[in-house]
Design a protein around this ligand. Sequence first.
Ligand code: HEC
Ligand code: HEC
Ligand code: HEC
Length: 419
Amino acid sequence: MNYVTSVIVAVLIGLPGSSVLASGADALDSPIAHGARLAAIGGCAGCHSRQDGAPYAGGLALATPFGTIYSTNITPDSASGIGTWSEQDFVRAMRMGIDPRGQHLYPAFPYDHFTHASDADLDALYVFLRSVEPVRAIAQDNQLAFPFDFRGTLLVWDALYLDAGALPVDAAHGSEVDRGRYLVESLGHCGGCHTPRNALGAEKRGEELDGAPVDGWYAPPLDQHSPSPMPWTVKALTDYLKSGIASDHAIAGGPMQDVIVNLSQGGDDDLRAIAVYLVASMDVREPQRVMREQEARALASRVLSSVSVDGKSDDIRFGKLVYDDACASCHDGGREVSSAGALELPLAIAVRDADPKSLLRIIREGIVPRTRARGRFMPAFDGILTDAQIEALAAFLRDQAGHAAPWPDLAKAVAESAM
Ligand code: HEC
Ligand code: HEC
Ligand code: HEC
């Protein structure tokens, strides 16, 4: 019995405790609205829409190490979209990465995660996608290097890396933490950026959510290796997933902003479940963790521009001057001080990341929030600060705000981050 029929049957026979109705308030409204919230968690619109293009009509260029892949039109247009696809066709694409003509789809489409989605959730997604405005739009041809331009090679990829099928947990009916894990691993595909990949672009097994570089940024670990200065609470993480900002934590930047634009349309229960699961996986009650939090609080309570760097390297001393000039007016006092006030940088994860990429991107590009936190705007310093100033600033922040060992090859990372 699929999701729609089971809702109808449950309503008709009036079973208040039926499994479907028991799965939360979400199930009580229309299956289309339910599917829309799942699509938000899956970020389908994020990848399947061009900027200013029609939603779900595809055409967004995705850069991969093997070339450029264009997302396809998944509106119900019968000629250029998936209007003629049966539900089985859709389920096969999501679970196996194979289209109705038997062609293998590229894993830039995260079917290696979507394969774990439950029947009920795939059904709701299908019903929702049938309801969006059909748009005529033909996907551009991919530009891929040999042999990846030949879809047959994906047969090998799938054999090696696709763990097809649902998760062992009955996520719809398990605990909140089970639902959260299910969403993170299936539709949420958080590992798509937060898990390191191997040479063939597959996520490394055993290193799930352990942090990885992505599009010039660094997606930090969301597991026990989380370098977050302040531990995440369920409340803070739910706020962050909903709005891109939470107190005592950095604002979402770079590719994470687009993820939040989608996630913010997700169901509140599901966002909370994701937070419950991730907080449990990040939380390790070990003494170092508790010390890190105390240290971060202590560091944040002093004003960075007033720290003494006597006896530090030339770079760090120079970096402090850059900080005093360019950053202190906003970051010294915290967000509460004034409308231009911003987080004390000892609380910013970017100074603690294993990799300086995100900090360098933030300095060069600034931050223009995409969601509700619109007021929180940080200017771009690319072209205003020289590479030498940026390098010194990063070295100073690493040492005095992050209290961590210097990043190896910082000069190289600064050069690579040039726009
Ligand atoms: C990270 C980017 C990304 C996300 C997120 C994403 N897709 Fe896709 N999707 C793609 C790309 C790229 C393709 C084309 C793959 C190819 O050409 O082999 C694709 C292909 C598809 C196809 C096959 C369409 C066809 O015409 O062959 C379907 C169906 C689909 N996606 C549905 C979804 C749904 C539903 C979601 C949300 C739950 C989603 N996608 C999220 C990138 C994405
Ligand atoms: C005009 C005020 C302003 C200036 C100047 C400024 N920032 Fe920001 N910065 C912000 C705001 C606002 C945010 C967004 C989030 C927030 O409130 O903290 C932000 C965010 C950041 C973040 C992400 C963590 C966070 O706070 O959410 C980092 C890292 C950062 N800035 C570093 C710097 C550095 C380094 C400089 C100096 C080159 C600098 N900023 C200068 C206002 C500023
Ligand atoms: C398209 C790539 C991408 C995807 C997909 C993605 N993230 Fe991220 N995420 C990033 C990047 C890059 C950062 C670091 C930049 C920043 O903090 O703004 C980040 C930062 C974060 C942070 C802040 C970490 C901290 O401790 O401060 C959290 C939490 C997070 N992501 C959760 C998630 C969850 C949950 C999902 C899945 C629903 C997800 N992300 C999917 C790229 C991604």
